[in-house]
Design a protein around this ligand. Structure first.
Ligand code: AR6
Length: 208
């Protein structure tokens, strides 16, 4: 069964579609950039870049980081080592780019989100910066599409409700104010709880 709800307001449209597989897909268009939510594994995304929820050492880890290095092969780690040798550890909120080895994407953008410490340790600003710096790097490499995981909401413990509001707000601001070539921004959510949280945030913020 396919059903769709469309909302129009100013320069975006919002679709809320239930596909044949019963996967909910939500898309909001801001100027020339479509922001969409899908459920799934980020390593399967065929966007120009996928974003890695890395740590400052850039030497791999668990969660998204582990999945990307496993699926992409050793060339990504080799490139990360060269970056760290040249410029040192990657501070939280910053981003760097490498090729993508065996992954179906062209590039991996590695960023570091904040560790959740209760909400009063600048977490929201650092998380917003991780998204914005990743998007700027994509633009500077003339990329048209990028896929994000839900940065910081796994090992780093950021609650989904708070993290999704920051993530959605950051990409909408970027689409409104900075996007030139970037036409597609995808959030790849790993489970229902993550999806519901991002869908709620996208619906609320995009109506404002
Ligand atoms: N595709 C999409 N989302 C995923 C996948 C996947 N394959 N695997 C997990 N998630 P995390 P963080 C979700 O821990 O919190 C690493 O060890 C997961 O359910 O990957 O930023 C790094 O090396 C969660 O909602 O990233 C760092 O040390 C979200 O992705 C540290 O973890 C992020 O979970 C970074 O922690």
């Amino acid at each position: 069964m396919v059903s769709a709800v469309w909302y129009f307001k100013d320069n975006y449209l919002l679709t809320n579609t239930i596909t044949e597989q019963n996967h909910v897909l939500m898309i909001v268009k801001i100027k020339n950039t479509a922001i969409s939510l899908v459920k799934g594994d980020i390593t399967f995304q065929e966007t120009d870049a996928i974003v890695n929820a890395a740590n400052s050492g850039l030497m791999g880890g668990g969660g998204v980081d582990g999945a990307i290095h496993r699926a992409g092969g050793p060339s990504i780690l080799e490139e990360c080592k060269k970056i760290v040798a040249k410029q040192g550890r990657l501070p939280p909120g910053k981003a760097v780019i490498t090729a993508a080895g065996n992954l179906p994407t062209k590039y991996v953008i590695h960023t570091v989100g904040p560790v959740w410490r209760g909400g009063n340790a600048n977490e929201a600003a650092i998380l917003a910066s991780a998204y914005t710096e990743s998007l700027r790097l994509a633009e500077s490499h003339k990329l048209e599409s990028i896929a994000f995981p839900s940065i910081s909401t796994g090992a780093y413990g950021y609650p989904f409700a708070a993290a999704s509001a920051v993530a959605i707000d950051s990409v909408i601001k970027f689409a409104k104010n900075e996007a030139l070539l970037l036409k597609k921004i995808v959030f790849v959510l790993f489970n229902d709880a993550a999806y519901e949280s991002y869908a709620g945030a996208l619906e609320i913020i995009s109506r404002q």
